[in-house]
Design a protein around this ligand. Structure first.
Ligand code: USQ
Length: 423
């Protein structure tokens, strides 16, 4: 984000506690793309953009740190991405659930108070999630809807039905940001973002930085890897693409470069003082099985041998549901998708292939064992017996049996006739 905004003429300061590296290490994982040290990344940034960003290494839950940063910088806009983003991480146990909620909610509260006291004209662009809405049997509006009840009408926040402690932390944030706009007269954009994927954060391939120290990370463990990123890593090392349950869960997806574009559009078009607005941000909705089929098709076109398999769903979520969210606000500001999914997937696979060994060495972290009931038990494959029975290899750091590879060279685009009929 810092590179994207700097390249477009913004002056960027930042604060980062470096927690992501610790969380991923705690899950036994690491980024598929090597990530340089903070110092090396800052040096590379300076060489590429002729300025060194002002970066504070600090924790947003420390109010004094946040206030000091605001005093130094006096920001015009704040892009708040500083939260723990993982549903499975928050579902591990009481300690993780409470930590995620405290970290996310307290950090945002500190930002809101620092804005009130030191930057009341600034615009908060807060990263929310489409997962705040859950999967109701209704179309999903952008934040608010008109409702008539017992003969009276009002415009109210659309009900939230989050599916993890992490997603609920975002709901609580949304309520707090909305309330702060009302009582402090702040302005904020709450961006309900779908599942982000990809390795290239500039819309044009020509802008992709040559220096690897400027590349983004890409996680593939069960907690910090999102579905599509995991499917690409699985394709690269010949592990099955893991569909949780039926695979008919539908979500909104967007490539990382368009996530950047949306946040930049929000920054460039602030709302009025006192306004709290909500953007739903995704490009298209797909079922997980449609996505796996897309990855498999692109990967096999590149000579890889992807196979799609169904695995016990470790989450409690609806696997068959209505999903039709609105997303009109960003296009109204000029948002245009810059890349089609197939070309983005091809670029991802090209970027990941040189790191085959790095990913393969951590293949253990691909199979999920964090369950929504709080237990840890590695999911079993559902489509045919592989010896990976439920109960095998419990615990994220334990040894994994490698799933069988009895059909080399064969792409199984769908492993269940039910899946073949999905939109
Ligand atoms: N899934 C699979 N196989 C996998 C991994 C996931 O079938 O190997 C399924 C999950 O069961 C779920 C869907 O894919 O139905 C999405 O899972 P995910 O892990 O890609 O994404 P999620 O946990 O929903 O969270 C991610 C980001 C989070 C963000 C959210 C946007 O980690 O920060 O808030 O996407 S949204 O999904 O719209 O809520």
């Amino acid at each position: 984000m810092a590179q994207y905004l700097t390249a477009r003429g913004h002056e960027v300061s930042g604060i980062d506690a470096g927690f992501r590296r610790e969380w991923v290490a705690e899950m036994g994982g690491r980024s598929a793309l090597p990530v340089a040290s903070v110092e090396a990344r800052l040096d590379a940034f300076e060489s590429a953009y002729n300025r060194r960003p002002h970066l504070v290494q600090g924790d947003l839950t420390d109010k004094d740190v946040v206030y000091r940063l605001f005093e130094d910088v006096r920001p015009e806009a704040i892009v708040h991405l500083g939260e723990c983003p993982s549903a499975p991480y928050s579902m591990m146990d009481a300690d993780h659930a409470i930590w995620v909620q405290r970290n996310n909610i307290e950090g945002t509260m500190n930002v809101l108070y620092a804005m009130r006291d030191l930057a009341p004209e600034a615009h908060l662009v807060k990263l929310g999630t489409m997962g705040e809405y859950g999967t109701p049997n209704l179309d999903i509006p952008e934040g608010f809807f008109e409702i008539e009840y017992r003969g009276r009408r009002d415009r109210l926040p659309f009900p939230r039905q989050a599916g993890s402690w992490y997603h609920w932390s975002k709901v609580h944030d949304s309520n707090n940001v909305m309330f702060a706009c009302r009582i402090f007269g702040l302005r904020a954009t709450d961006v309900m973002q779908g599942v982000v994927y990809g390795t290239r954060f500039f819309g044009s391939a020509a802008d992709h930085p040559a220096d690897p120290a400027l590349h983004t990370r890409l996680d593939f463990d069960q907690a910090f890897g999102t579905a599509l990123n995991r499917f690409c890593c699985q394709s690269v090392i010949g592990e099955p693409l893991t569909l949780f349950g039926l695979g008919n869960q539908r979500r909104g997806f967007l490539p990382i470069c368009d996530s950047m574009q949306c946040l930049r559009l929000a920054v460039d078009n602030p709302p009025e003082a006192g306004d709290y607005r909500v953007f739903n941000q995704f490009e298209e909705t797909y079922t997980i099985s449609e996505l796996a089929a897309k990855v498999a098709a692109v990967a096999s076109g590149m000579g890889l041998d992807p196979r799609i398999r169904r695995i016990e769903n470790p989450r409690k979520e609806m696997e068959e549901h209505h999903y039709n969210p609105d997303h009109d606000h960003l296009p109204a500001l000029g948002y245009q998708p810059t890349r089609d999914m197939d070309s983005e997937l091809r670029a991802m696979l090209e970027d990941l292939l040189p790191h085959h060994d790095r990913i393969a060495a951590k293949r253990d972290v691909l199979l999920p064992d964090i369950r929504w009931d709080g237990s840890r038990r590695r999911s079993a494959f559902l489509d045919k017996s592989t010896g990976l029975d439920a109960g095998n290899g419990a615990g994220s750091g334990s040894a994994t049996e490698t799933p069988d590879h009895d059909q080399p060279g064969k792409v199984e685009p769908m492993i269940d006739p039910v899946l073949a009929g999905t939109r």
